[in-house]
Design a protein around this ligand. Structure first.
Ligand code: APR
Length: 295
């Protein structure tokens, strides 16, 4: 199916596969969530988690769409969180563009070096491990991630589609061919020059704003959400397109839709259950409810 053919969704998706922010005002808190907060979020959360757990059966095809909130408890700040130290005067969305790299490749490369250090130091958390266990309890579990840190794979998840690339890999800015760590470790320039073309530079293998998603991963992701029974959006603001449209495509195709986020998003009013909790806590609770269910 073509991407434009599946755009019957409610979150103002873009008619393309280039990543872009949607500009929406702060979403109103959904009525059900507001009530949950007044009544005591913990108690209501476990009711929502139970409902979700009952939907995840051995025959279920489950898709997890993860965003940067999934990595927050591993110590990697979310994409929108304030930058720290030297980088606090820059907005990530102003550095993560081809234009920023063309203007000042050294600055952009150094920013990615700083972020890579954070990713290398991070470890998967209990929520990542819960997803690895969940894989054994459903027919098929696919993680579609906007994260570029590889934490799902490091924790042992088998089927991970990286929509925005991987920060630990580098490519040539002209030919887009991979550049090895060995080449980078001996390079003296910042950024290192490309071994593939004389005018190319090394750049991170991530999708910048205005660039297209990797075609294969994106089309697979669209196929997965069109054919799943349950879709859970975890730790995403649902503001970066086209990834933000995937949960609504799942819903339109008849899937049960859940969201895990401590803060409501534009998606929250469209989901069947909203677990207003950090990812680690919500996913471990979901897993323990499933473990306690009679087989
Ligand atoms: N558990 C779950 N969600 C959390 C947590 C947590 N512990 N902490 C924060 N969040 C939520 C925030 O409330 C927010 O809704 O994670 C979301 C993070 O939103 P963004 O920073 O916008 O990240 P994301 O949705 O992933 O979109 C940005 O664009 O260029 C890219 O690859 C980049 O993934 C990034 C994406």
């Amino acid at each position: 199916m073509s991407w434009s053919g599946c755009l019957k969704v409610g979150l103002r998706p873009l008619a393309g596969d280039r990543i872009e922010y949607t500009h929406v005002s702060q979403p109103a808190m959904p009525v059900a969530v507001e009530k949950a907060c007044q009544e005591g979020a913990g108690q209501v959360m476990s009711g929502a988690a139970e409902t979700l757990a009952r939907c995840c059966k051995p025959s279920t095809r489950l898709v997890i769409l993860s965003g940067s909130g999934m990595s927050a408890e591993s110590g990697i700040p979310t994409f929108r969180d304030a930058q720290t130290g030297l980088w606090s005067r820059f907005r990530p969305e102003d550095l993560a563009t081809p234009e920023a790299f063309a203007r000042d490749p050294e600055r952009v490369w150094r920013w990615y070096e700083h972020r890579r250090d954070g990713v290398r130091a991070a470890r998967p958390h209990a929520g990542h491990r819960a997803l690895v266990d969940l894989e054994t309890r459903v027919a098929r579990l696919t993680i579609v991630t906007q994260n570029v840190d590889g934490l799902h794979q490091r924790s042992g998840s088998q089927r991970v589609l990286e929509l925005h690339g991987n920060i630990l890999r580098s490519i040539c800015s002209v030919s887009r061919k991979p550049i090895s760590e060995t080449w980078l470790s001996t390079a003296e320039d910042v950024p290192p020059r490309s071994p593939h073309t004389s005018e190319g530079l090394a750049r991170p293998d991530v999708v910048w704003f205005g660039e297209s998603l990797p075609e294969h991963a994106f089309h697979e992701a669209v196929g997965e959400v069109n054919n799943c029974d349950v879709c859970i959006a975890v730790g995403t603001s649902a503001l970066v397109q086209p990834a933000a449209s995937l949960p609504m495509i799942a819903r339109e195709a008849g899937a049960f839709l859940a969201e895990i986020n401590p803060v409501p998003t534009p998606l929250s009013n469209h989901v069947d259950v909203f677990l207003r909790e950090p990812a680690g806590r919500a996913l471990t609770q979901l897993l323990s409810i499933m473990q306690a269910m009679p087989g």
